[in-house]
Design a protein around this ligand. Structure first.
Ligand SMILES: NC(=O)c1ccc[n+]([C@@H]2O[C@H](COP(=O)([O-])OP(=O)(O)OC[C@H]3O[C@@H](n4cnc5c(N)ncnc54)[C@H](OP(=O)(O)O)[C@@H]3O)[C@@H](O)[C@H]2O)c1
Length: 331
């Protein structure tokens, strides 16, 4: 990152110059972004720290580095993929956003006092939704919505199994599946079954038990855990059913890509399908999630807020696996 000129406006931002543990992150002075004609700059009020950020911090799996995120160090010096905040400045050609609007969007460099994105990446946050609640939506919400609706082809009345329903993606998948009229079975570890029942699941199961996924029962299975062999996922599906692999699995090199490929190839000749999945930062879907949240039909739980300077603590909390909901930073 170039050093700011003496007179150029600056801001505080988290800076990452290498891949590694949370301790490599520094809060430094950085140039404040300036909007081009179709951009908007937002004063960040809350930004999530999520599972995907962990991969970008560590540079794992290595496949990710080959996919354009930076071979030896991250391509983007200021991390953070989503921000909720207040529009501060817009480019000359932007007509549908004004300074002072409350917005959520995908952007480059969300862990800073100001974040820049094309104006059409930002969507209005309804008055009923706080900045922190809005920031908690994209990670779990986009994956849950797109896994159910797009990869899973969810239809009303279907029997849906959400494996790993206590997590960020799973908790929203249960709620969104209920909004769409599904009958939902949800798994979690035994000590979180009440929490998962409270999300509206019709039935809950201890997902660590053998056979918890069942046999020939579900029209749609959303797997956010990735702990079962592909054959067990297939066995759980009713004829014609689909399993969506939200969690591809683990692996330092390929991050479970081999599992995803096996799933896709194995599905070609069969009636049950195992669908690979990658969530996309779609603005229309953010708008839909915010509307559901404003109407009280879904809740994205916020675990804890950390000031920007405590970004390392935010990551340590993520790595502890004790978080109950999304971790956010508030510059
Ligand atoms: N493909 C994509 O585009 C995409 C998008 C978002 C996320 N993801 C991936 O999806 C996965 C889930 O993400 P997340 O943010 O929701 O993670 P998360 O919050 O850690 O959720 C996983 C949940 O599964 C629970 N769990 C673990 N083992 C279980 C078992 N045997 N049975 C039932 N529940 C179990 C965990 O409970 P404990 O905490 O009690 O262990 C945790 O609540 C991650 O691998 C993430 O990388 C992929």
């Amino acid at each position: 990152m170039p050093m700011p000129e003496a007179s150029a406006p600056t801001m505080r931002a988290v800076v990452q110059r290498a891949y590694g543990p949370p301790a490599i992150l520094r809060v430094e002075s950085a140039p404040r972004p300036v909007p081009a004609a179709r951009d908007a700059v937002v004063r960040v009020c809350a930004a999530p720290v999520q599972q995907g950020d962990w991969h970008l911090l560590r540079g794992l799996p290595y496949l990710l580095r080959l996919l354009g995120f930076g071979l030896r160090r991250p391509r983007r010096a200021v991390p953070g993929q989503y921000a909720a905040g207040i529009v501060e400045a817009v480019g000359a050609e932007v007509t549908d956003l004004r300074a002072g609007d409350r917005v959520l969007g995908s952007c480059a460099g969300a862990w800073a006092e100001h974040a820049l994105a094309p104006a059409d990446h930002w969507v209005a946050i309804p008055a009923q939704v706080s900045f922190e609640q809005a920031a908690a939506l994209p990670h779990g919400g986009l994956a849950a919505l797109q896994a159910l609706r797009d990869a899973g082809r969810l239809a009303p009345g279907q029997r849906v199994l959400v494996h790993g329903a206590s997590g960020a993606v799973g908790a929203l998948a249960v709620q969104i599946a209920k909004v769409h009229g599904a009958r939902v079975t949800a798994t979690s570890r035994a000590h979180r079954l009440d929490e998962v029942r409270g999300l509206g699941a019709d039935e809950v199961r201890d997902g660590t038990r053998d056979g918890a996924l069942g046999t020939a029962e579900h029209d749609l299975l959303v797997d956010t855990v990735g702990d079962r062999p592909l054959a067990a996922l297939r066995r759980a599906l009713a004829p014609g059913g689909r399993a969506v692999l939200v969690s591809g699995g683990t692996g330092r090199w390929l991050g479970g890509m081999h599992r995803v490929l096996l799933a896709a190839l194995g599905s070609l000749p069969r009636r049950t399908k195992l669908a690979p999945f990658v969530a996309a930062p779609r603005t229309a879907d953010l708008r839909e999630l915010l509307a559901l949240c404003a109407a009280g039909r879904i809740v994205a739980r916020v675990d804890r807020s950390f000031p920007l300077a405590a970004i390392g603590d935010a990551f340590r909390r993520l790595e502890s696996r004790d978080a109950r909901g999304t971790i956010v930073v508030t510059p």
